[in-house]
Design a protein. Sequence first.
Length: 683
Amino acid sequence: MSESTSGSALTEEQRQRAAANRERAIQLRDARLKREAAEAAAAAAAQQTTAIRQAQPAIRPSFVPQRPTLSTHNGPRLEKPAVASIFQSKTGAEVEVSATLINCARFKVVFSIYRDALVDVCRSLNTKAYDPVTRTWNFLLSEYKKAEAAFKAIPTLNVTFCGLDETVKKIFNAEINGVETNSSVPTPDVSKIDPSLIDKVFAFQRAGIIFGVQKGGRVLVADEMGLGKSVQALGIARYYKAEWPLLIVCPSSVKFAWQTQIAKFLPSVSSEVMVVERSGDPLPSRRTSDTIVILSYEQMSIRLSELTKFDFRVVIFDESHMIKDSKAKRTTAALTLTKHAPRVLLLSGTPALSRPSELFNQLKAVCPTLFRNFKSFAVRYCDGRQGRFAFEANGATNMQELAAILEKTIMIRRLKMDVLDDLPEKRREMIVLEGDAIQNKMRDLQQAERSCLSAADTQERKKKLIAYFGETGMAKASTVAKHIVDQFFVEGSNERKDDRKVLIFAHHQFVLDTVATAVAGKGLKSIRIDGSTPSKRREELCHLFQTDANYCVALLSIMAAGVGITLTAASLVIFAELHWNPGTLVQAEDRAHRVGQKDSVLVQYIVARGTADDHIWPLIQRKLDVLTSVKLSSDSFKEADSRSIHTGSANQPTLDSFFGELVAEESVAEPDSKRARIDPSAP
């Protein structure tokens, strides 16, 4: 008995806990009763307000606009109160629901405040999807109208629905109304384009050409650097050859690079290509379907009147971000030319989606009716607002929507990761540069070349060849540095154009110094390995480059860093200088192209006309081509450039053969395995 009694008795602690629970339950009950009473009072007040309105018109201040009405689930339609008055009772919180595109198929909604009723609407839609990162709901465009109506019909909230912009609704009208549009866009017959081009392009490049033609030859090709924007532009332009001559406007330093691309992919028109270098150079005397004029942005501005009179119908603007500034003369000139040209192609690896204000003039050049004016564009996409002294548009808003509009209308953009399956493991490009620094050194270069040809013996010739090679490096250094910085950075900022890392090889210290200064001037972190770098330090620098995302440039000596290190974090390799031994170049390339590389490697060789490059480039082409033909090497430089840049006489001694002697001399001391790979006796 006592055992049973002791088992059922409560301790003091248990009694206190039970009393606290009872008190808590009473508090909850009282709170519930008060809430129910308040809700009943609110309902009675609402009914009274409705009865008064039915008996007499509501008295409103004259400046308060009439608001739309919202339907309730049952009972009469209650007007959404605009302001508090003796005849109005606030029926719910004010909520703003904003809709914006996230891609070409879906839109998202953002709430100014959270309410369960808003989420209930989202869950009721058939194509709902929730993004836990942004904490937003999104839906197919086909449910846009249904979503708008459902949000506006919430009886317990005063919802202001800020819908899609009218431009957006016009562009995506078919998607909003659930109309299938794919079948209405015919695929153009691109077989009419020269086989030398259309049969050689990658599948994604062919798709880019088709896209450009489907858009009527007015397009922004914004592929990542190295994916062949120029060949796609030539393909699109060639489709409209009946409307030629073609005008190509580009940075001054790459005019001859365009000429090289034309010679490679459109050899039938290469004789009709005119590169305008000076203001006095004449424009073509006749108009043909094979005529091409290449000139710089500066020359375009200077000769705008002549160009306008010539009436170019097909125009390509390379590095089109150069027309971003509305106040610049080149922007005014470019927009003038595009008014008269039915085919306008813009090329930019950096479409500046993070700085949309810089896009407006480019979009205006391609499609002047896309956006009404800069101010309305800036308000929606640039966080545009009136500042203290002027209208400011320095921000970025609704970027997903802007990208979707551009993708739907005029822009095609692919990243390398998107087309990696189409790319070979390693690609080579030859970039022909020019610049004032090179022209200013031309006399010294010509003198050095003549000295080599007149050398009395082998030793003297070797000495003068090395001097000529050095003069070439000095002439190229500043132009090469500018090219690298312009290609790797967004103009006018310290931002990288993409996340890729780059290896920059050079032979001479002063070339490395010049490039290092230019890179540092852009705030980019880099490593440097040359002949003065201790072995242990080399390993530390390589590890830093491989593992630290902040270090994205490696400045490397061709001879000191061309072997024995792994830098597979980079997928872009740039040779600021050549070397007469192709084996040395291939070994340097393979610092990135080796086991562990997960990307396609792009190798750029930067050459300058009128320098030692004229002789070295054909030499390395021939040697590797011969070795490839006998299967002693799998490398070939032939695909990097389809035509030789050397134009010397066949009846005279050439510097090619003299540089070949240097290759032979270096090979004597190499092991047999390396000597077999690069045979100095190859012609």
